[in-house]
Ligand binder design. Structure first.
Ligand code: GRF
Length: 196
């Protein structure tokens, strides 16, 4: 049995979630994926998770107060025995309360070399700035958007004919390698992550 139970929050295609699940299924993985939750019930990644035998939770926040919505996600994560959360294309800002409740136990992957280009449109901004490299970062989630401690990064050269889409595709390949490696190392470094 893996030592840590990971929950993954997604909103869309879920390719990073899939990379995390696949990496968890090799011998000696320090984590197993206990739940994939989504704010988009029709997210493509959810269908993949169901087809691959992962427990899922899907609920749209439409018509719900943010606190109630987050309480439902929190409840599903706790019911699944989740100790740590990986955000993987989760397109909703977590409230300060939620972040405080899971302090130090939530990570995210962001498609830039943080602290550069927090927020959206990272690849277009890196190209417009004339940067030589783009990349991706795995960081601890804090109240500051894309602002917590960086746990690992991968760099990708920007080619002269790159568009945001071609660059995003090459960075994504690196995301799929970086995220499972950093999550495994991060979890392996900690003892039991006691639920509060
Ligand atoms: C990735 O580029 C990730 O860095 C960003 O959102 C995208 C999610 O893609 N946070 P996917 O759903 O994991 O395929």
């Amino acid at each position: 049995m893996a030592e840590h139970r990971l929950g993954i929050l997604i909103s869309g295609r879920g390719s990073n979630m899939r990379a995390l699940v696949e990496a968890s299924r090799v011998p000696d993985s320090p984590y197993e994926v206990a739940l994939v939750a989504s704010d988009q019930p029709d997210a493509a990644g959810l269908a993949w998770a169901v087809a691959n035998g992962i427990a899922t939770f899907a609920r749209s926040p439409t018509g719900m107060a943010k606190a109630d919505y987050e309480a439902s996600i929190d409840g599903a994560l706790r019911a699944a025995g989740v100790e740590a959360i990986a955000l993987a294309g989760y397109m909703r800002l977590l409230s300060d309360d939620f972040v405080a409740r899971w302090r130090g136990r939530v990570v995210n992957i962001h498609p830039s070399l943080l602290p550069l280009y927090k927020g959206l449109d990272t690849h277009a901004r890196a190209i417009a700035a004339g940067d030589a490299h783009a990349g991706c970062s795995v960081h601890v989630v804090t109240e500051e958007l894309d602002g917590g401690e960086v746990l690992g990064q991968a760099r990708v050269p920007i080619l002269s004919d790159d568009t945001p889409d071609t660059l995003a595709a090459r960075v994504l390949v690196e995301e799929h390698k970086l995220y499972p490696r950093v999550v495994a190392a991060w979890l392996a470094r900690q003892g039991r992550l006691a639920l509060r």
